[in-house]
Design a protein around this ligand. Structure first.
Ligand code: TYM
Length: 333
């Protein structure tokens, strides 16, 4: 049976990369059923968090996901720390994954920086927890942005090794589902690094909750100095900044990049700039209003997450019971 699972960290705000790379696809998949989406708070603490800020970020991310169109009546929406199966399976999978596999993870290298000895053990084992997230539900499909591809490959490797060691076909091999145009939304400033929550420069990203005038300002700044949008896709590729903006437009309009180039290529950027800002505002301002409304009732959000956790547990627990049996332990008392 098919099951879709994905997660997002409750650190900072949601930006256009999260939205186009992942969340918008989650919303599109929800009508097909069997979808589980998780606010991964256990992942967040692999780098230091202030408890009160973490508490509000968790609610904010949940509110943002619902504001983007996820319907808690159609999908299971919950927070990772409320379902203990994730952490339990993590430990078991830590004993399956090898140090060599984890040493190859590029995200760890980026996040740990130069001084890897100072990084937490949790940050190193982060991808194994992600594998546990996915495998706890026998997930088949994982909708994510390109930056998560390597982690999903690792989850497959871990599942395969588990199946081999215990001579079973217990875990299906999860597949990454990565969008075509917005798989990797880049910084508006450089066009060469990933749009990210941790970039110091707020002009590098569009946040889901930026107001219309700020969005227009950021897009104007991003288009400044571009001259014109080139009339061919090959030429466009020589300007990473312009290419990124055109890809964002294409993803928003759900059009081919070629068509966008045809429409705006060879003319001054102003028309493109205005069209892009208009599209962004049209897409994001209803989300931002709904977000504010949802956030005004925190008890309601907490109830949604608690109900989601109950449903998640009812799927995860029997699977984890089986895992314990397979490896020679017993979780059922
Ligand atoms: P996170 O919280 O960094 O990002 C959430 C989702 O947004 C996507 N994304 C992007 N897509 C396109 N362009 C960008 N610039 C961009 N930035 C972020 C990410 O690919 C992701 O899909 N480790 C994961 C969370 C996680 C998870 C999981 C995902 C934990 N367990 C199990 C899938 C399955 C992360 O840090 O995502």
């Amino acid at each position: 049976e098919e099951l879709t699972f994905s997660g997002i960290q409750p650190t900072g705000t949601i930006h256009l990369g999260n939205y186009l790379g992942a969340i918008r696809n989650w919303v599109a998949m929800q009508d097909e059923g069997n979808c589980i989406f998780c606010v991964v708070d256990l992942h967040a603490i692999t780098i230091p968090q202030v408890p009160e800020e973490l508490r509000s970020h968790i609610r904010e991310i949940a509110a943002a996901l619902i504001a983007c169109g996820l319907d808690p009546d159609k999908v299971i929406l919950f927070r990772q720390s409320q379902v203990s199966a994730h952490a339990e399976l993590w430990w078991i999978l830590n004993s399956i994954a090898s140090m060599g596999w984890l040493n190859r993870m590029t995200q760890f290298k980026q996040k740990a920086g130069k001084d890897q000895a100072e990084a937490s053990v949790g940050l190193f084992a982060y991808p194994v927890l992600q594998a546990a997230d996915v495998l706890t539900y026998k997930t088949t499909h994982v909708p994510v942005g390109e930056d998560q591809r390597q982690h999903i490959e690792l989850a497959r490797d871990i599942a395969m090794r588990f199946n081999t060691i215990y001579a079973t076909e217990f875990f299906p091999l999860p597949e990454a589902v990565i969008p075509k145009d917005a798989a990797r939304v880049m910084s508006l400033v450089s066009g060469q690094t990933k749009m990210s929550k941790s970039d110091q420069d707020d002009n590098s990203r569009i946040n889901l909750l930026d107001d219309p005038s700020l969005i227009s300002e950021k897009i104007a700044r991003a288009c400044d100095g571009l001259g014109e949008i080139s009339g061919s896709q090959e030429d466009l590729a020589t300007s990473p900044k312009a290419e990124n903006l055109v890809r964002i437009y294409a993803a928003l309009a759900q059009e081919d990049v070629g068509k966008v180039v045809e429409e705006f290529g060879g003319s001054a950027t102003e028309r493109f700039q205005r069209a892009l800002a208009d599209r962004l505002v049209a897409e994001l301002s209803p989300i931002s209003q709904e977000f504010q409304r949802l956030l005004s009732d925190k008890a309601h959000l907490d109830r949604i997450l608690a109900a989601g956790a109950d449903k998640a547990r009812s799927i995860a627990d029997p699977i984890l019971d089986d895992v314990y049996d397979i490896i020679g332990m017993s979780r059922r008392s």
